[in-house]
Design a protein around this ligand. Sequence first.
Ligand code: SF4
Length: 345
Amino acid sequence: MPAITELDNSQSLFDKLMKIKKDSGLCYQSLIEKSTELVDKINTIQELKAEKNAVILAHTYVIPEIIYGVSDFVGDSYALSKDAVNTPAQTIVFASVRFMGETAKILNPHKDVLMPATDGGCTLADAINAEQVRKLRAQYPDYTFVCYINTTAEVKAECDVCVTSANVFKVVENLPNDKIYFLPDRMMGQNLIEEMKRRGIKKDIKYFSGTCYVHEEYTLEQLLDMKKRFPNALVAAHPECQPAVCQKSDFIGSTSQIFKYIKESPNKEFLMLTECGLGARLNMEYPDKKIVGTCTFCKYMKSNTLDDIIRVLKNPTPEDYITVSENVRIKAIKSIEAMFEYAEK
Ligand code: SF4
């Protein structure tokens, strides 16, 4: 989705806020101060982008100032990496976490990929390394190794095919081998087993023990309680949630799929089980839809700030550049290409 990034938009917001009488309350006062700072930072970033021939990609889970103030593309990890390929800009600033920056670099080896996050980790991507995958492959030589996109480039390079939360069920269904080792997400592995059963497909699926600390927090008890409190709400869950939670949901999908589901549904009230950023975007873009109940912050995604974007555009350090060795990149891109092949069958 192209973001609202024109200078005059931030200026008109600023102008509106400045019309609020200064004695109208402390709350407005702090908003005016904050907006003054935001406008300055947003304008600085827009100027730097033009000067450095850069684009800014923002994952849906990052803070709204980045999404609505400076980003050129907003979406999920894989869609954003593809957007990066299609832009003529030479520099990509990827407001997200490290594994997403690596995917962008794998697909765009000749572009500079800069990472503003001060803590670009991810409990899923950090759950397993390449050496552990090699050991598992030796233990399960007949299995096709399927990795979720939330993995490092080195791990992707050791696997046969990569998947996203949007295509995991389809890719695994289409794989010719009946023996599958899925990594690193335990919850998604268990949801995969349930979905294959539901589709009547026989697969022997083993899975690794990683979890996303944001999505594993939702419990069945919480969900049942919320359903009692909001009986008209439809439930949309991410497949990184526990199977017991997913089975009681009306829709399971990636952030982009949940966004589309809610946007297109005639229902007005939704319980959404994923990171808070998605609900914030829906509330902003579709104010007639009501997102009720709980959501959870990802501290890694929220470590991207406007100040850090200014820093990496002005004076990037070697650590701010995403690097992937050519040897790893060539192997990792094969697992991504295999994903296309099986997702489009
Ligand atoms: S929400 Fe979970 S899977 Fe996504 S970046 Fe944060 S820790 Fe990783």
